[in-house]
Design a protein around this ligand. Structure first.
Ligand code: AHR
Length: 336
């Protein structure tokens, strides 16, 4: 039988860069990782956004390509369903468990159970908060603290004169920011909020006047924004933790005759196609990419783990920032 291997010279996912340059991985040379026949249990959180659907497709397609048998469970936004799925993977004695933790806390017991069963665990996309870090092999995902920081850095460029440190516009008052936050207790909500505040705290005139969770849902982005516009009439900036909520918020603004991207500056995260199109139309001012195409890297890491290999503790996907000041004429179709 022909053995299936990942990363021939032509493909270079984020994992390869990490493996080549890290001293942590010594047991498996990254030339060819055998993946055929591996059984991978993957617990996804749901289908809350276009981003998530792309992430799911990426995992499913990469598994098929790698000859990996994928046991895939959609948890429909419930941590208890994820824990059940992981327990079923343990009972099935899969080779590797991978999961996207919906929230950061509450994983100790089930990870102990995986360790007792000798099954390596890969954390994907979202991070966890746990005392004993040895309960999982590594994390593959995106740098969400960085995403928050990049969002704030855009605002600084937008509002502050870099030479003088003064506000560019003739503003006596503060720059008033409303934050549409992600699912409470999830690492993207926590880290995107933190990174944003870390940078802006140096500039007291930026004020976050309101922050509420829209659960990464377009429908809630619309609802939240409709209520917020009833309460405040002097919002300068919307900082939204994902494009789905941003697009919902834009609908609410347009309904009230507010021009998104002009009357209110909008900073968003993900870079899905519909948001990039809105950026091109001038309705969004900055989008920080969050890269969902993690499937090939998940398969590479699963191949290493199934063979008893060690993987780097943290691998971040490559990402870019798109702003209103960039040449937006040649952006490749996003695929999500
Ligand atoms: O965990 C990644 C986040 O979850 C994405 O930004 C968001 O769109 C998704 O649903």
């Amino acid at each position: 039988m022909k053995r299936r291997v990942l990363f021939p010279a032509s493909s270079r996912p984020a994992v390869i860069t990490a493996l080549v340059f890290t001293a942590l991985v010594v047991s498996c040379a990254p030339k060819a990782i055998q993946t055929e026949g591996i059984i991978l249990g993957f617990s996804q959180i749901g289908a809350e956004s276009a981003w998530r659907n792309c992430n799911t497709r990426s995992v499913q397609e990469a598994a098929a390509q790698a000859g990996i048998q994928l046991l895939f469970f959609n948890a429909e936004q419930k941590q208890e369903n994820q824990i059940k799925a992981i327990r079923s993977f343990i009972a099935y004695q899969v080779d590797v468990i991978a999961f996207v933790p919906i929230v950061t806390d509450g994983w100790e017991n089930v990870l102990e159970e995986a360790r007792e069963a000798n099954i390596p665990v890969l954390i994907c996309d979202r991070e966890i908060n746990i005392d004993d870090g040895s309960l999982y092999a590594g994390y593959l995902g995106t740098n969400m603290l960085r995403q928050g920081r990049s969002s704030a850095e855009y605002l600084i460029k937008k509002f502050i004169n870099s030479a003088t440190g003064e506000f560019l516009e003739d503003r006596d008052a503060a720059v008033r920011i409303v934050e549409l936050s992600g699912t409470e207790g999830s690492s993207p909500a926590i880290l995107r909020a933190k990174g944003f505040r870390d940078v802006l705290s140096r500039y007291p005139r930026f004020e976050i006047i309101y922050s509420e969770s829209g659960d990464f849902l377009r429908s809630k982005g619309y609802e939240l924004m409709s209520n917020i516009l009833e309460q405040f009439d002097d919002i300068d900036v919307i900082y939204s933790h994902n494009d789905g909520m941003t697009l919902g918020a834009i609908d609410a603004m347009k309904e009230r005759g507010i021009k998104p991207g002009k009357d209110i500056i909008i900073v968003s995260i993900d870079a899905e196609q519909a948001a990039i199109d809105a950026l091109i139309r001038g309705e969004i001012n900055c989008i920080v990419e969050c890269n969902p195409k993690q499937g090939p890297d998940v398969m590479l890491l699963s191949g290493l783990l199934a063979k008893g290999g060690t993987i780097p503790r943290v691998i971040y996907m490559n990402e870019v920032v798109f702003t209103e000041w960039d040449d937006l004429s040649n952006i490749e179709p996003r695929g999500y």
